[in-house]
Structure formats: C-alpha cells, structure tokens
Write a protein that binds this ligand. Structure first.
Ligand code: F6P
Length: 320
C-alpha cells in the first residue's frame, strides 16, 4: 500500500478544498493511505504531525473557500538546506508520493523535493492564473467572478454620480486576472504589466466617452501594472473628471468556489494521484482545452505564461 501526502501552499485559492478532497478520496479508493500536511511546506519544519485522512475527513469541504489544510509561504523551502530537511522529513514519515497544490513558488519546492528523491505531482492552484503550461488554474474563475461582482456594483455608483472608477485587482506580476475580469466586466480600459499603456491615450478615450454622454468609466488596473493612486492623480491632473479608487485586495481570494473551480479541483486532484500511482514524478496536472494532461515542472518554468494579446486587442475594440 502506498502512503501519499498532500499539502496546499502559497496563496489560498477557491477550489483548493475540492482538490484536497479529490486527492484523499482517489487515493483511498485506490488502496493508499493518504495524509495531510498542514500549513504547506512549513508543516514539514514546525513539528506539526501529519493528519491521517479517512473518507469522512474531507466531507463537507467542497463548497468552502480557502484551504482546510491551511497554507503558508515557507522561506525555508527557498534554501537548499531547507529543501534537504523537508525531503528528510517526508522520507522519515514513509511518504511514497507528495501532491502539492499551489502556484509557481510551490511548484519550485516540489521540483526541489523531486531532485531529492521524493515523488511529486502538482496541481495548479492560484487566482493569478500565471502558471505556464496550463490553460487555467484552480481559483481563477471564482476570483474573476468576485471581481465582476465588484465591477457591477462600482458601475451602479459610477453611473449614478457620473464618475470614473479605478479598480486595482491582484495578479502579482501578471495581468491575466485583470484582463479576464476587465473584458467580462466591460471595463473601459485595462492596465496590465504585459502591455505598454499610455495614459494620454486612456485620457483621450475617457474624454471621448464623456463627450458621448457616457455616464461611467471603469479602469481595471493589475496590481503589477501601476500604482492606482498615481494613475488617479494623473487622470485628475489631465482631465476635469471626478474619479474614485477601489483596491479590491484579499476579497478576491475568498469565497465559495465556482462550479468551474470545483470541477477543476476534483479532476486535477484525482489526476495527480493517478500520476503518482503510475510511478510518475515531477509532473503537474494541466488543463489543455477540455482535457487534463500531465506537463513537466520544467516546462512550467521554461518561460512565462503567454499573455493572450488577442483578447487584449478585443477589449480595445469593445470598450467604448
Ligand atoms: O498569488 C496570489 C496573490 O493573491 C497575488 O495575486 C498577490 O500579489 C499575492 O498573492 C498576495 O500575497 P499575500 O496574501 O501574501 O499578501
């Protein structure tokens, strides 16, 4: 009987619980023992015991946001000595395979463990959707919908007062979250780090909209693209319009996962267990079109996830 372990690491993402549930139930149904490591990789250093999971241990969690396994950003896993200690702990616990659910930083930890003889399989879980090699990651869809809800509310008040709203969304160094939510929310402008933007051009569009008696304008700004308060100051300086800034913050990370994220978590969690039971390692479960496929961790790190410039172009045509 194999002994598998699962952890969630880095920023939490809605749907991580669905993935943990899938790992536990797929593993148990294949005759494995499955245990959980709390607080991500930090749980390998802080003396926490591993949780021995039963079928019922993951009951009633599929609809919950966050991660029941808890998460953390463990500095130790960035250093070779820490990676040695983590691998040694997993070996001493008799773990035959580890499922890591998290973002790129978590994947790097998994690769380091792989290089130290631990069989690993990863599941992409991050609202940023910035993992190269997969079309989407767990949590992205829910976060986009949370942002959309905010955009809808902001538009109500923006229209009533005939104001311009500047909304900062997460995404770390990338603009995938800003692009998807801005396009789906009908934002007038979207600022992302991947595309050079020109404030004069943005102001020109804002003025055109005002001349056409448009009552609101919403500018979605990825956190990695610009300082929203600076953008606000500059817009006010260039055009005589009333503006307001909203920083959405961690509200984007919480909330009950959407159906899309529950399905993705369930499929990817089960696929990660299957990979380990096939004796494979150093791979992650990726969404490619409608299918879940195995992709190497090396491919994930080989380049940044391509930015869908065609979608960005579309926003320029549609947001008028
Ligand atoms: O990676 C997910 C994310 O929410 C990013 O979008 C954001 O930049 C970062 O985590 C925030 O991290 P923390 O919760 O540690 O402040």
């Amino acid at each position: 009987m194999s002994k598998l372990a699962v952890l969630t690491s880095g920023g939490d993402a809605p749907g991580m619980n669905a993935a943990v549930r899938a790992v536990v139930r797929r593993g148990l149904s294949r005759g494995c023992r499955v245990c959980g490591i709390q607080r991500g990789y930090a749980g390998l250093f802080n003396g926490d015991g591993f949780i021995d999971f039963q079928l019922g241990s993951v009951a009633g969690i599929i609809h919950r946001g966050g991660t029941e396994l808890l998460t953390a950003r463990a500095e130790e896993m960035h250093k070779p000595e820490g990676q040695d200690r983590a691998a040694a702990r997993l070996k001493s616990e008799g773990i035959d395979g580890l499922v890591v659910i998290g973002g790129e930083g978590s994947f790097r930890g998994a690769l380091a463990l792989e290089e130290r003889g631990i069989k690993t399989a990863c599941v992409p879980g991050t609202i940023d959707n910035d993992i190269n090699g997969t079309d989407s990651s767990i949590g992205f869809d829910t976060a986009v919908n949370t942002i959309l809800d905010a955009v809808n509310r902001l538009r109500d008040t923006a229209t009533s007062h005939e104001r311009i709203f500047i909304l900062e969304v997460m995404g770390r160094h990338t603009g995938h979250l800003a692009l998807a939510s801005g396009l789906a929310g009908g934002a007038e402008s979207i600022l992302v780090p991947e595309i050079k933007w020109d404030l004069d051009e943005i102001c020109r569009r804002l003025l055109q909209a005002i001349e056409r008696r448009k009552r609101h304008s919403i500018i979605v700004v990825a956190e990695g693209a610009a300082d929203v308060f600076e953008i606000n100051r500059e817009i006010r300086r260039r055009i005589a319009a009333e503006t307001r800034v909203t920083v959405l913050g961690h509200i984007q990370r919480g909330g009950s996962p959407s159906a899309v994220d529950r399905l993705l978590g369930s499929r990817m969690g089960a696929a990660a267990v299957d990979l380990l039971l096939e004796g494979k390692s150093g791979l992650f479960a990726a969404l490619k079109g409608d299918n879940i496929e195995a992709v190497t961790l090396e491919e994930c790190f080989s380049k940044s996830k391509p930015f869908p410039e065609d979608l960005y172009e579309l926003t320029l045509d549609l947001a008028r």
